[in-house]
Design a protein around this ligand. Sequence first.
Ligand SMILES: [Zn+2]
Length: 355
Amino acid sequence: MRGAATRRGLVCVAVGATAMALGAVSTTPTSRAVDRPGPRAAEALREQRAVARLAARGLPIFCGGGRANEVALTFDDGPTPLTPRLLAALRRSSQPPTPATFFLIGRSAVTYRAHARAEAALGAVGAHTLTHSTLTKLATAAARREIAEGKRSVERAIGAPVRLFRPPGGHRSPAVDRLVAEQSLLSVLYTVDPRDWARPDAGSIAAAVVSDRRLVPGAIVVLHEFHLPTIEAVPAIVRSLRRRGLQLVSVPRLLADDPPTLAEQREDARADSCVHLYRRLRARAESRLGDSYGLVRAGPPSPGYVVWVTPARRAAAERPPLLRACQAAARNPSSAARIPAASRPCAARCCEPVP
Ligand SMILES: [Zn+2]
């Protein structure tokens, strides 16, 4: 639900080349922990340290570093009466169950305490303020109370310390960041926002997630557990991501395996977006070119732009239609089918987001 999420363009590479609750950060079911306490405890400790290290910087995170092959699904605004259905969907979607991260509203965690505990047993839990207030609109004392009391309520509900936090609506500012850091929390924003709460059915939610060009290694996806179509979309989302070879992990696991650097965190915080990930993707795509390829820039649909690359010998002949097709594909992914057949492999696979 953040405007920044829409301010991006695309890189299209058309070449032969393809283009908390750290007490509750378990990524495996509790029953397995009894069988194998050693490795699970070591993994939990590794995740705790990663989150603490990032939280100490006093900056939010928008994504991982993008150097591993992991993606995190997150669910906001719970617990709700629908929580058991969400957890059942996550359990059914893979074996072991798909780990997720849940950002709970303090008051709801008190009301649905058993649901909150069940979420902590399945994945990681973070706080999402006491009453889901927009922190940037509150006076400092009120915002501090929302953050601190939300954290305490979730901790009481799940019986474990909470170290992750997400500001409602993704609305943050340097002042809000400081209040979050006061509570030793790490602010976790997101990379992919399909606005699931505004979509009427599971099919369009799943399609919006899996077709989002920002869904790359390191991405954090925001979804909402009060919306039944979102829960119904979970199996298709999980299936599609796994088919693409992406591993679904909790946020603490993502940050332990693939943390952003301090410089990347600073850059992202300034832009209020995961710009370091998109910049690196663009650089990687362009570095693959070499002398035998021509580079064409279309746009700019500011502030992003579209890049279309073809072998140099074809570039002159194909440039105008390719440009038009690429621009259309940027506006509407399904139009990629109109790209000339010889270059079509890129249309489906090689569009990558840039800031
Ligand atoms: Zn929310």
